[in-house]
Design a protein around this ligand. Sequence first.
Ligand SMILES: Cc1cc2nc3c(=O)[nH]c(=O)nc-3n(C[C@H](O)[C@H](O)[C@H](O)COP(=O)(O)OP(=O)(O)OC[C@H]3O[C@@H](n4cnc5c(N)ncnc54)[C@H](O)[C@@H]3O)c2cc1C
Length: 532
Amino acid sequence: MQTQVSQIHFDTLIIGSGLAGLTLALNLAQSRRIGLVTKQALLDGASGWAQGGIAAVLSEEDSPETHIRDTLAAGAGLCNEAVTRYVVENGPRAIQWLITQGVPFTRDHGSETGYHLMREGGHSVRRVIHAADTTGQAVQRTLSEKARTHPNITVLEHHVAIDLITGAKLVHPGRNGNRCYGAYVLDSAAGKVNTIAAHNTVLATGGAGKVYLYTTNPDTATGDGIAMGWRAGCRVANMEFVQFHPTCLYHPHAKSFLISEAVRGEGGLLKLPDGSRFMLQHDARAELAPRDIVARAIDFEMKKRGLDCVYLDISHKPANFLREHFPNIYSRCLEFGIDITRQPIPVVPAAHYTCGGIVTGWDGKTDLENLYAIGETAHTGLHGANRLASNSLLECLVFGQAAAEDITSQPSAPPAELLQWDESRVTNADEEVVISHNWDELRRFMWSYVGIVRTSKRLQRAQHRIKLLHEEINEYYANFRVTSDLLELRNLVDTADLIVQSAMLRHESRGLHYSRDYPELLPEARDTVLKR
Ligand SMILES: Cc1cc2nc3c(=O)[nH]c(=O)nc-3n(C[C@H](O)[C@H](O)[C@H](O)COP(=O)(O)OP(=O)(O)OC[C@H]3O[C@@H](n4cnc5c(N)ncnc54)[C@H](O)[C@@H]3O)c2cc1C
């Protein structure tokens, strides 16, 4: 390591520009100078892809108690009730803030709220506010325009955070080692690593769906914040709870395209390649069984028969009805040569949401001083063993605002002098194929061994392979200049390891974690908390 001569400095460094990061940035910008780093463009991330909407108690027919009850029921005994109450009670304020920012939610002038509210699976009343079927895009566009033009927010796109800077990286060690002082960040366009010092640092990097071969998540979802927090010494909880969406389009060129549950709701039938149905053998509700049951049934049939996919057939419905009700799905499938009015749609279940993450308190604080984690990266206790639909954007808003309040309440301090990123002993990578091969291998075995249905043997197999990958990647990391692909692979392997470790520790089947060796539910619900 060499001494840093100059370093970039902000009051608060926010890593990630999804809904969590943008909410925090805009709530903090009046009093703090903010660096908002994001590894692709400002709008890239899962938030912009959200279709359904945001759950909050907005109408007279709803109540906080009902929203809390629905959330606890989905969470299968593992939601933190006090945190759930806190999020639910702060929901209406958070939505009001979005309305004030100018988010164009769909109106319903005849209703008491003035806004159209939807009802989704698991919610006992209408409470999901939305902007047509592109809520995430509407929210992200509105907030990102404000962030881009705010004089106190410096947006650094195509900047990949590598690692957090803790006490060991100070020029004058001796100050608090259990504290975060900023992060090393790769400017991927310039190919150089910057040292960014900040009084407070915030992980808002989203989830980790890319750990799996099939996912509804965008490319950015590689578990970076979870892995960085873990490497820096934060506790990580409940990583075994990965939510799988039952039906994602299966096509070599269609990355992450979700086939909405409404297709099954409107009569779509799940079929094997020979055209026979299979859902009735798994659940009396057949195609209308809850998400996790349908995903598990598809996984069972695929594994038993060695299939690449199953089929969702709605071609028995009139063509006009399909074009009218599913215009987006119809046109997207047609782009891939699938006419849903005449053909079944090839589908696979896909990793959708990471319920676990960095352990945080009510204000987003982590185990490291001056480090916060918010959004899908964090484990707040809201989702328990299974997330209730549309509660995740709500969580981003509530904890983004809570972290802003906590940071604002503290005095800011001058930056510490940090050691510079040292590249004196590394060279350019000689064989990029190592990275692409390992990416592929990891995602495949995680899908096969640590997917929807787990066994102890499969988990052991995965753990063995992760150990080998760790060794190979650590060696590569020590010898070659970092690239964004290498950084993401390193984070994916760390995150996969946390998922496997957590799954091995849970000797029961609860919520999203299903083990054939432990099919029963234990009487006491406990979080799986990992510490380095
Ligand atoms: C297809 C789809 C539909 C969904 N629909 C809904 C819905 O209707 N309602 C709902 O509540 N939830 C929904 N979800 C879930 C919800 O969208 C996410 O949980 C939520 O958007 C997460 O927000 P976030 O701010 O935590 O992360 P993201 O929005 O994923 O943002 C993460 C940010 O971090 C950046 N980043 C990551 N790593 C680094 C790094 N190393 N350095 C710098 N930047 C980094 C990314 O580029 C990105 O900007 C959906 C998810 C998907 C995938």
